[in-house]
Design a protein around this ligand. Sequence first.
Ligand code: BES
Ligand code: MN
Ligand code: ZN
Length: 484
Amino acid sequence: MQIQATDVSITTIDADVAVVGIWSDETLTPAARAVDEAGGGVIRGLLERKEATGKLFELTLLHGLPGVAAPLVVIVGMGEAAKCDSGTVFRAAAAAARQLSARPRKRAAFYLAEGPAVGQEAAVVCGAISGSTGGDLYRKEKKRQAPEELLIAGGDVSAVVRGKVLGEAVTLARRLVNEPPHAMYPESFAAEAERVAKESGLGFEVWDKAKLERERCGSLLAVASGSARPPRLVILEYRGGKNEPPTALIGKGVTFDSGGLSLKPTDSMTTMKCDMAGGATVLAVMQAAAHLKLPVNLVGLIGLVENMTGGAAMKLGDVLTARSGKTIEVLNTDAEGRLVLADVINVALERKPARMIDLATLTGACVVALGTETAGAFTNDQAWCDAVLAAAQRAGEPLWQLPMFPEYSEHIRSEIADIKNTGDGRWGGAITAAKFLEEFVEGTPWVHLDIAGPAFYDKPRPWCDFGGSGCMVRTLVELLEARP
Ligand code: BES
Ligand code: MN
Ligand code: ZN
């Protein structure tokens, strides 16, 4: 898809479709006003008759308006003007793009970035790219087709470039999640990572099973032992900063989570290809950092395993020795993400990172606590967490911090080993999981993002198909742009 900035007015633009946003409260945006005036008061008329209200993601299609060159105008509701942040702009643009990508288009022009939303061109471009990319990877006749050319109102070319990089990163994360588990397994994910690394100029290293054994990654290997697919650890490097310690980005890459012998019931297992979403986010952010030449140093680590029930699978009651030397009693093989991350975090520490973030579809308990739209944040360093929360707010992605009081650590004490991999009972499960991870970070400033809720849409949203959402990609790029 070709993307260009334009300052041609909405009434004269040579495009097969023009998209314009309206508010639910305020006066018309300049683009909406131009359409309204050219079309003899059409938009005001629609609003007066309540045929259009401007409420979030409402779409109204106007064909063949007099005085407007584009044969189709898509009007998208952006809600209340004062509440419109870059997350709203991203979603509104994506909702419009989903609608118009139902047919092949030569050229689509977006005029969302006006009024209070000015300066949000990157969010528009990112939304337009993501919204016109379907989740139907394996359908013969795709429901969506990206327009050949995208025109964005507002002359800021650098914002358009940023939006394109963001859109490609979000789309990459979504695609990796959407690939079925027969196609996306540890080796094939590592191959994707290598391709991205080569194309983006990232350092790339991959540890195979033999190397993981030599490196004593007993916790990660135990999870992998029930699968016919061998595990991988991917390490990506990006150096855009001065001679300073890197920020480590760590991703859970469980390419399928059957639960192991603590087998999940069918309804909980059907979407468990999504359990590598944290890893996909890390790869996507590394790609974006390289393409945007962000002035930071990064190391990205992705622990790739399949959690299965083969004859060599870990058993309930097994005691594992993690790479750090800590022993872990396994009381539920479905609490596998923390076992993988324990070793990956330990490898990350060798790079002497100044700070770390891990991303993981870690617990159903986090979804119980915060719902499906909001990710959970956990930390041992409030200042670092505040930076992450502020970036999420700027990006308009819902993120909420949960407590890490020392009392919760009591729940992961084991009778036989240093710690156990589940809490006592199910209460506070998102926090006890985070407390488990904290055992391995050795005081490095760290934020854990539990994305089990928002990483995967189990029904379509107005702005996104069923499947991977690409959540937290925009937040992390926003964070790294602020040079932590
Ligand atoms: N991958 C799951 C968590 C998950 C749940 C992700 C729903 C996405 C949507 C994780 O490995 C898991 O199974 N966690 C268990 C932990 C429990 C056994 C302590 C859970 O949440 O039930
Ligand atoms: Mn699990
Ligand atoms: Zn899992």
